[in-house]
Design a binder for this molecule. Structure first.
Ligand SMILES: [Zn+2]
Length: 190
């Protein structure tokens, strides 16, 4: 077994857990304290870790003060869910193409319960980049402990295309990452 394919949780505990193309979660890893995001701020039943829910809902209510509607459309996803999704994409694209936009099972940050894909009340996640909500999230989400996990221009570091809609909770370190315009990978390398 490739030594890089070690379990992410053994490396880093709590909110700084890293899951990417190198570091994976085990098949049976399910986070503790999964709770449902309020219907007000989600478009289906979405679960994340409790601290993530609290901070996400706080961010969404604050955004409402500016008439911005941030809505969760994906949160925790199980290993099996990701496995099905990845296999479905493999029927459409070649593996090297699929790997630029979808995670292999065990390698999805959504399995941690710390990541959320967002959209707005009127725009799908694919169009999120063109919204006022995105502009606000980009410069304010760190205040609630979130980062844009796959930023533009960092594809060679994160291994993923720019995903304006994918935010990741990491807690108070988010501020440092935002202010220094770095990724979680670069932060952990320090
Ligand atoms: Zn995502």
């Amino acid at each position: 077994m490739n030594k890089l394919f070690i379990y992410a949780l053994d490396l880093l505990g709590d909110m700084m857990i890293i899951v990417n193309k190198k570091y994976k979660l085990s098949k049976n890893y399910i986070p503790n304290n999964l709770v449902k995001i309020s219907d007000k701020f989600s478009n289906k039943e979405i679960y994340v870790i409790d601290v993530v829910k609290n901070n996400f809902e706080k961010m969404c209510s604050d955004a409402l003060n500016y008439n911005l509607y941030i809505i969760a459309m994906s949160g925790y996803r199980s290993y099996e869910y990701q496995e099905n999704l990845y296999n479905k994409y493999l029927k459409i694209d070649k593996p090297e193409v699929v790997d630029t936009y979808s995670a292999k099972p065990g390698h999805s940050e959504h399995q941690t319960g710390l990541a959320i894909d967002v959209c707005t009340n009127t725009k799908d996640y694919i169009e999120f980049i063109d919204t006022e909500e995105y502009k606000w999230v980009k410069d304010n989400c760190y205040k609630y402990g979130f980062i844009i996990r796959y930023p533009k221009g960092k594809e060679n570091i994160t291994g993923y295309k720019f995903e304006p809609w994918h935010i990741r909770y990491i807690g108070d370190k988010a501020k440092y990452i935002y202010k220094n315009n770095i990724t979680l990978e670069e932060y952990l390398k320090k």
